[in-house]
Design a protein around this ligand. Structure first.
Ligand code: GLC
Ligand code: CA
Length: 578
């Protein structure tokens, strides 16, 4: 289960005490940068729009939707990997970092896409997947061909004559084992993810130079930055110590954040990123505490720009466990640690998560629309760069497949096979996947009420959610009160209101189990955000008189005044305080 990614440790926090440092730091928090102000829309290319009827989304498909993307108001796009890949993990297993995957098109298509985006004022963030490559990458083919091949040290090996390597758990392997025996050279190689995703050896300076070259290649093409996949894992403790009991709870510490992690990122900054000062970088999986995350993005350290952590999406993986008080505490703790310097991203969904409305909202017919709008309000009014996942602007919900045959994801399939071998409870597993599987968030975009939601004229690679007849872009376009049109208003507001980008965040009524209330404040301007995360009318207690307050935007589209400090089910209100 992907939740393994979000197993967390709660480290003690270091606070700044020196006032000198603080004054300088405060400047950093409000220091203007395009990537702090950006609203990033994430596209899973396989599922966005198919242009040639083969059932797979592609670059030409995205090009055909550029005007739609512009109409959202978003100003950056993160594209999941589009490089050549045998697709064991849908592009996260790269066999050539300088070619476009055939399913997706050609380099000419890519150039047109980038041009079309830039013409519309949209920046492009590419995925950089270099913790591992595909086993079909030329480097691995060479490395695995003989022990003295010059590429051997591009990967991690354990010679069989030393016995079995110390156990390492694999996120995706059928047997959950991260060392795979390879008979050709009578050795084991390491793969934290699937066995077709061998981990690259960052200890090798040659490998690091290869990565920097790849980065320059894409930056020179004009892309605007990188989302860095599984980055905490690039440096490992290569003495391979035995794991202590309970290591699972601190997986980052034992599997990643190796002794040279930050040396390597600083080297990358010196050699590449410092030469492209406008490029934005965002690190996935920035450790397991605010302190760890800060190390990636503290400007004094000259590493990366934005960190994203998993703690908040880790809560609520099982809806029944969702606790708003805990949820609020996580966001508030991270914000507090980052209030003076460094920068975070705010996201509640992506291609590794179920749909946001199914997980944190309510996807029943009664509440799907209103709770989608409420969640969108949340991600657009918090401090941190907004990452918004395709399809959430129309309230797409979990697919909830009944049969393993419907799943494509290596994570679900391999866990199923592994469990089957052990004679585990497959029925219970499949039930659980309806809530947690990554596939829930990967179904094709629903454009209209035509067959397959207008995504493809062929057979879609993954089934389209059957609700497409009513949940689709065309229907939402027509309705002025749709989630889509509300999202557009939120984007406009965020882009034109620096208080929502740079303003200080303060949590209010923090023990309230139903309402998430906070203020944002910048240069004397104060905004208040009230969000009811429950399906009942809920009251709040914030000690701020609301009689003179102006409602700027609200998801019921009719809130003039807040009465009796109470909110309707899933109500979201943005207020300007006078
Ligand atoms: C990251 C990606 C995920 C992928 C994994 C291995 O977590 O977001 O989709 O499977 O890394 O690359
Ligand atoms: Ca296609």
């Amino acid at each position: 289960m992907k939740t393994n990614y979000s197993i967390l440790c709660f480290a003690a926090m270091l606070m700044f005490s020196s006032t000198g440092l603080k004054a300088q730091a405060q400047k950093d928090a409000t220091d203007k940068k395009w990537w702090k102000e950006a609203v990033v829309y994430q596209i899973y290319p396989r599922s966005f729009k198919d242009s040639n009827g083969d059932g797979i989304g592609d670059l030409k498909g995205i090009i055909s939707k550029l005007d739609y993307l512009k109409s959202l108001g978003i100003n950056a796009i993160w594209l999941n990997p589009i490089y050549e890949s045998p697709n064991d993990d849908n592009g996260y297993d790269i066999s050539n970092y300088r070619e476009i995957m055939k399913d997706f098109g050609t380099m000419e298509d890519f150039d047109l896409l980038l041009k079309g985006m830039h013409e519309r004022g949209i920046k492009l963030i590419m995925d950089l997947v270099v913790n591992h490559s595909s086993d079909e990458h030329e480097w691995f083919k060479q490395a695995s061909s003989s022990r003295d091949n010059p590429y051997r040290d591009y990967y991690h090996w354990w010679p069989a004559e030393k016995g079995k390597p110390p156990y390492r758990w694999s996120f995706f392997d059928v047997n959950s084992e991260a060392w795979k025996y390879d008979a050709k050279t009578d050795s084991y190689y390491l793969h934290y993810f699937s066995r077709k995703q061998p981990d690259l050896n960052w200890e090798n300076p040659k490998l690091r130079q290869e990565v920097y070259d790849i980065m320059r290649f894409w930056l020179d093409k004009g892309i605007d930055g990188f989302r860095m996949d599984a980055f905490q894992y690039i440096s490992k403790d290569t003495t391979w110590p035995e794991l202590p009991k309970g290591y699972e709870k601190e997986i980052n510490k034992y599997y990643g954040e190796g002794p040279h992690l930050h040396d390597y990122i600083q080297e990358m900054n010196r050699e590449v990123l410092s030469k492209y000062p406008n490029a934005m970088t965002v690190a996935e999986g920035a450790g397991s505490s605010p302190e760890d995350a800060m190390r990636f993005v503290d400007p004094d350290r000259k590493e990366l720009n934005i960190a994203y952590h998993f703690e908040s999406v880790g809560v609520g993986n099982h809806v029944k466990d969702f606790g708003l008080v805990k949820y609020k505490e996580i966001f508030s703790r991270y914000d507090d640690y980052f209030k003076d310097k460094g920068w975070l991203s705010i996201f509640i969904a992506n291609h590794d998560q179920p749909r946001m409305v199914s997980k944190f909202g309510n996807d029943s017919p009664e509440f799907r629309t209103i709770s989608s709008k409420m969640l969108s309000t949340f991600v657009m009014t918090m401090r941190g760069t907004t990452f918004y996942y395709y399809g959430d602007e129309i309230g797409m919900k979990n697919i909830r497949f009944d049969s393993i045959e419907d799943y494509n994801d290596v994570d679900t399939r391999n866990k199923y096979l592994g469990l089957k071998e052990k004679g585990g409870d497959l029925k219970a597993f499949l039930e659980g996947q309806k809530q947690t599987s990554r596939e829930n968030g990967r179904t094709p975009m629903q454009w209209n009420a035509d067959e397959n939601g207008g995504f493809t004229t062929g057979k879609p690679w993954l089934k389209v959610n059957p609700d497409y007849k009513t949940v689709n872009v065309a229907a939402e376009e027509k309705d002025p009160n749709s989630i889509l049109n509300y999202f557009r208003k939120l984007v406009e507001l965020r882009k034109n209101e620096p208080t929502l980008v740079y303003g200080e965040y303060t949590i209010l009524d923090k023990e309230n189990p139903n309402v998430f209330a906070y203020s944002r404040e910048l240069n004397g301007k104060k905004m208040l955000i009230l969000l009811n995360f429950s399906e009942k009318t809920a009251s709040f207690n914030i000690n701020i008189p609301l009689d003179k307050a102006t409602v700027v935007l609200d998801n019921y589209s009719n809130t003039k005044k807040i009465k009796n400090n109470s909110l309707r089910p899933y109500e979201a209100v943005i207020i300007e305080l006078k």
